[in-house]
Design a protein around this ligand. Sequence first.
Ligand SMILES: [Cu+2]
Length: 161
Amino acid sequence: MKTSASLLFAAALAIAGAAHADAGHHHADSGAAIGQPGLMVDVTRTVKIEMGDNMRFTPANIQVKQGETVRFLVSNSGQLKHEMVIGSAAQLAEHAALMRKMPEMEHEDPNQVTVAPGQSDELVWQFDHAGTLDFACLEPGHYEAGMVGKIVAAPAKAGAN
Ligand SMILES: [Cu+2]
């Protein structure tokens, strides 16, 4: 029951976030400088990511372009709960350390999606700037086991339309 309640809460937050055009702009510290939570209406591309109990994201390396708003469709093929959290490497390491101290901590921020076994969910991110952004699963021990990935946003070509 706890799990389904928290998923519902996450869904409600996701809807609330999408309803307010500027919702993402209040979370300047929730992601790295190369982007921010995006809106479903702006989505230009969907990228599928699978999370497994082998503590890996597939694919773990993702290429996007500056200016794109990407919908990450994140599925959990394992028996354990997994999550995708977007941030800088430093933010993720700090967050992982916090999760080790407080493994029961539940939080639903616009830069993350938590997915129950056998389920899928989505995370929309707007890549404002070129650069590299990291993502990780911060379920206790998963980050340490190597459940991390990278998103590279290529610069938009000057003069291209
Ligand atoms: Cu995980």
